[in-house]
Design a protein around this ligand. Structure first.
Ligand code: TXA
Ligand code: MG
Length: 328
């Protein structure tokens, strides 16, 4: 669609799913809930639709997209699975895991979506609305997070609306998402590599593989990274983000975790807590919504209390570090 046209918003229903599938088939753009974050979907085989998608997000076309499919059989038509990939797919799909794999010869995903790489990122989402749309549409759907490039990912339909209204055809509102951070991305190369920590904890993946995930090379945030979208400041609110805060400076907003004491809190203009009971799953689900809410208050600095780096804490800390880049 052309920028400035009306974006329809429909509550999730059979009629909304049918409308979404029809719009995708016509080359349009549909935002829909997955269990991780809301995605902005386009027909993965339609280069014109994918070009519109990059334009709507303001995303550089060298940053490839994840192809979402409904079934393992469809995934195997797109990519070549080695033994590790099959083990991970069987253990965690549908779910918050993306696999980067070599493309098959006849891979139907358009080159524009894979930025010309010979690999493709694939995932089978678990959210019932995403699954219904994939089933009714019947083909692969590329779906980056449904935000303007560089903003934090959307965890509600309202977040999608505030970023993309007037730029996309339809938003299917399935309520707030359950996980709240994007999928974990594993590159199934010679040794499986953690390209992005995310909604599936590293330890669960390593248990199935029976070995540690390899880390990407240290310069993987530079201009030719292995997960090209992991640009250093990718999840940036307008406010400066200060990590591991032990005390609050005057005027700083607080993003708290747990009920531990922190000095200066009485003078804070605004305080939000990721999880009063120090639950990392709850903190992940709240992370992007709280960052958006604090940012909308116009505060100069968001101070963030330390968050343990275990379970979903690894993904939370990764996103917070990216939000803090260039603003320290
Ligand atoms: O949870 C999620 O993964 C969400 C939902 C909507 O599924 N999607 C999402 O997409 O986070 P996006 O586009 O915001 O992030 C996809 C990441 C980017 O960092 C991109 O560079 C990387 O996947 N990626 C895609 N294809 C790749 C490939 N062939 N090799 C390496 N990285 C790839
Ligand atoms: Mg994104």
């Amino acid at each position: 669609m052309n920028v400035g046209q009306k974006t329809r918003i429909l509550h999730a229903s059979d009629a909304a799913v049918a409308a979404a599938a029809r719009i995708l088939a016509e080359g349009g753009l549909v935002a829909f809930p997955t269990e991780t974050v809301y995605g902005l979907g386009a027909d993965a085989t339609n280069p014109a639709a994918i070009a519109h998608l990059y334009q709507a997000k303001g995303r550089p076309a060298f940053n490839p997209l994840i192809a979402h499919v409904g079934e393992l059989a469809a995934a195997r038509g797109i990519a070549r699975f080695d033994a590790a990939a099959i083990a991970l797919a069987e253990a965690f799909w549908p779910g918050p895991l993306t696999l980067v794999l070599p493309k098959t010869q006849g891979c139907a995903v358009a080159d524009l979506a894979t930025a010309g790489l010979d690999t493709v990122a694939i995932r089978i989402p678990a959210h019932p609305v995403a699954r219904d749309i994939l089933r009714v549409f019947g083909g692969p759907v590329v779906a980056p997070s449904a935000n303007i490039s560089g903003h934090v990912s959307p965890t509600t339909a309202a977040h999608v609306q505030s970023d993309l209204a007037g730029r996309i055809d339809l938003i299917v509102d399935g309520g707030p998402v359950a996980v709240g951070v994007e999928s974990t991305i594993v590159g199934c190369f010679d040794a499986p590599m953690l390209l992005r920590p995310g909604g599936l904890p590293r330890a669960e993946i390593e248990r199935v593989l029976g070995r540690a995930l390899v880390q990407p090379p240290a310069d993987a945030d530079s201009d030719q990274p292995l997960a090209p979208g992991m640009l250093a400041s990718h999840y940036a609110p307008r406010a400066r983000v200060r990590l591991n805060a032990q005390r609050l400076e005057p005027g700083e907003a607080l993003l708290a975790f747990g009920l531990g004491a922190i000095s200066g809190i009485d003078a804070a203009p605004v305080v939000m807590n990721l999880s009063e009971r120090s639950d990392l799953d709850e903190a992940a689900a709240n992370l992007f919504g709280h960052l958006r809410a604090l940012d909308s208050k116009g505060v100069r600095t968001i101070a963030v209390m330390p968050i343990p780096n275990e379970g979903l804490g690894e993904a939370i800390n990764d996103r917070l570090r990216r939000a803090a880049v260039g603003r320290e």
